[in-house]
Design a protein around this ligand. Structure first.
Ligand code: NAD
Length: 419
């Protein structure tokens, strides 16, 4: 099976092939501008591998999250950094693309160790970042608290409070209202626009949805769709999955998650009072089952490569909304397209996070604080516009959503490189 990095390159090559972009530009897009690879020593003497990859800054300062995950590796960071270049271009933000990671399981660290690690990461890269140079943000395994520690460490090193160098901070440290739900909200906007195009096939009120991953992105989109009247029939996290034919009460699950940290099988009692009363256990249900369920909308919101050549034939959804980065491989996309399953790609569907980050950056620079409603309205406007631009290309060229999104994003970067 090809790697996430090779898969991302393949999607880029497919888009370049149908545009008039030169081979030189393809080479430029395939290679990151700069790769920082280093080791961080923890207080306990452990050495952790870490990276910051700056992919391209033609359209503006490098922008991208920092991931803490035990499986992180350089190829993954390079792939994620190139997706950021495309994502910021597609949303017409004045940013380029970057990504960072530490190969670590943050759940195994104490709060003090997490703080030491985050500060050490910044001490290693501080000269390479800055509010007009490279602006990190959270990703898998990192949180607003971690961004606060990083901002504090960076500000000490440069000798002045510098909140605009990081986004995704907590509100009292200069974070933006609405940033925590921005990625999920953006996914809802893209889904809404897509469903608006299909009034006959779909009924917006009674869609069935399955969501894989219940972290920042998965939990927020599940909650937003639940509140909008969609029926969320399955959710999962790394420890297990829940399934309820009649729909899961997402608010109850969030309550359990807040108290216990997990949504594992035993917690399915939280789903329905009747089950609690009768003591009937949940049926056995796995993450693979979730991906193959006959739902209207499948939302992968965990990690990459989960829908691949091995399971694409068994996917039961009509539409896949890619909230994770890279959850569908090129091999799977080909099979899904042949089966008439539409895929709304990551660089469009999950760009609400970076758009929210952009508005946080603007607020920090202008020393302003906007309300959540204002921020979400601005995200809605930007993503609706991005969706319509992609839709135009899709219809003109009769191509899939991903290819149309890549064509639009790559063309904007290529034109700027040639200027
Ligand atoms: P997170 O760490 O908050 O949550 C990840 C979730 O996935 C957790 O619930 C975890 O238990 C679950 N998970 C892990 N492995 C799983 C598995 N095998 N099966 C089912 N669930 C599993 O991370 P996040 O910030 O929500 O990011 C999720 C995805 O969205 C990533 O691909 C990330 O790059 C992408 N993304 C995040 C943002 C953002 O603003 N946080 C923005 C754009 C894209």
């Amino acid at each position: 099976m090809s790697s996430f990095f090779e898969n991302t390159q393949k999607f880029i090559e497919d888009a370049v092939r149908i545009t008039h972009i030169s081979g030189d530009i393809l080479t430029r897009l395939e290679k990151p501008d700069k790769v920082l690879e280093f080791e961080i020593s923890t207080g306990s003497g452990q050495k952790l591998q870490a990276w910051r990859v700056q992919h391209n800054n033609t359209l503006g300062p490098y922008k991208g999250g920092i991931r803490y995950h035990p499986d992180s590796n350089l190829d993954e960071v390079k792939a994620l950094a190139s997706l950021m270049t495309l994502k910021t271009s597609l949303a017409e933000l004045p940013f380029g693309g970057a990504k960072g990671a530490v190969k670590v399981d943050p759940r195994k660290l104490s709060s003090q160790e997490l703080e030491e690690l985050s500060r050490a990461y910044i001490r290693a890269i501080w000269q390479e970042i800055g509010l007009d140079k490279d602006i990190p943000a959270p990703d898998v395994g990192t949180t607003p608290q971690i961004m606060d520690w990083m901002t504090d460490e960076y500000s000490k090193l440069v000798g002045k409070w510098s909140p605009a160098t990081f986004t995704g901070k907590s509100i009292d440290k200069g974070g933006s209202c609405g940033r925590d739900i921005a990625t999920g909200f953006g996914g809802y906007v893209i889904l809404r626009e897509f469903l608006n195009l299909q009034p006959i096939t779909y009924n917006l009120k009674f869609e069935t949805v399955a969501v894989q991953g219940f972290g920042n992105v998965g939990a927020n989109i599940a909650k937003i769709l639940y509140e909008k009247g969609f029926k969320i029939v399955a959710i999962s996290d790394s420890k297990g999955a829940l399934h309820e034919e009649d729909g899961i009460d997402i608010k109850k699950v969030l309550d359990v998650k807040e108290r216990t940290g997990l949504i594992d099988r035993a917690k399915c009692y939280a789903v329905s009072e009747e089950r609690l009363a009768s003591g009937t256990p949940c049926r056995e249900f796995t993450n693979d089952d979730l991906l193959q369920m006959p739902v209207d909308i499948l939302i992968p919101a965990a990690l990459e490569d989960v829908i691949n050549g091995k399971n694409a034939e068994k996917i039961g959804a009509k539409v896949i909304l890619e909230m994770a980065n890279g959850p569908v491989t090129p091999e799977a996309e080909k099979i899904l397209t042949e089966r008439g399953i539409e895929v709304l790609p990551d660089i469009l569907a999950n760009s609400g996070g970076v758009v929210g980050s952009y508005f946080e950056w603007i607020q920090n620079k202008k020393r302003e604080q906007w309300s959540e409603d204002e921020v979400l309205a601005k995200i809605d406007e930007k993503l609706t516009e991005a969706f319509r631009e992609v839709q135009k290309i899709k219809e003109e060229r009769n191509i899939a959503w991903r290819l149309a999104s890549y064509v639009r994003a790559i063309t904007r970067v290529a034109e700027a490189i040639m200027e």
